[in-house]
Ligand binder design. Structure first.
Ligand SMILES: [Zn+2]
Length: 121
C-alpha cells in the first residue's frame, strides 16, 4: 500500500470538465450537513462517497454546494439544462479515480462531479 502511494505520487484525479488535477477532497461544511469534497478552478464541485453506498447523497451534497445552499436555485435545477454531472470510482486515500463499469454492482468509493452550465439571462 505504501509502495503504491509512492508510485502514484504525481498522479491524482482530474476534473472531467476541464482536465485539471483536482485538490484532494476535504471536509466541507454546508448549511445542512457536512461532506467530503472540493471545488475545481473551473467551478466544478465534487463530493466523495468513500463507501460507494451513498452516491445519491454525495450527489445531493455537491449539487446543494454548487447552488450555495440556496434552496430556490437548487429546486429549479434540471439536469443537462442547468448542470452536468459525472461519477467515477474513487479512492480517497490515493486521490485516484477511474471509470465506473456498472454503478449498481460496483461498490468502490465514488466521486461525483457537478458543473453548473452558464445561463443566458
Ligand atoms: Zn475543472
Amino acid at each position: 500500500m505504501i509502495l503504491r502511494l509512492r508510485e502514484n505520487k504525481d498522479e491524482g484525479s482530474r476534473c472531467p470538465f476541464c482536465n485539471q488535477l483536482i485538490k484532494a477532497p476535504e471536509s466541507i461544511k454546508t448549511e445542512g450537513s457536512e461532506f467530503i469534497g472540493g471545488r475545481c478552478d473551473c467551478g466544478t464541485v465534487y463530493a466523495c462517497d468513500p463507501t460507494g453506498h451513498n452516491v445519491g447523497e454525495a450527489y445531493l451534497d455537491a449539487l446543494s454546494y454548487v447552488c450555495g445552499d440556496d434552496w430556490n436555485v437548487f429546486s429549479s435545477l434540471s439536469p443537462d439544462e442547468n448542470y452536468r454531472e459525472a461519477v467515477f470510482n474513487y479512492d480517497l486515500k490515493t486521490n485516484r479515480s477511474w471509470k465506473v463499469k456498472d454503478i449498481r454492482r460496483d461498490y468502490s468509493g465514488k466521486i461525483v462531479f457537478v458543473k453548473m452550465l452558464k445561463k443566458d439571462k
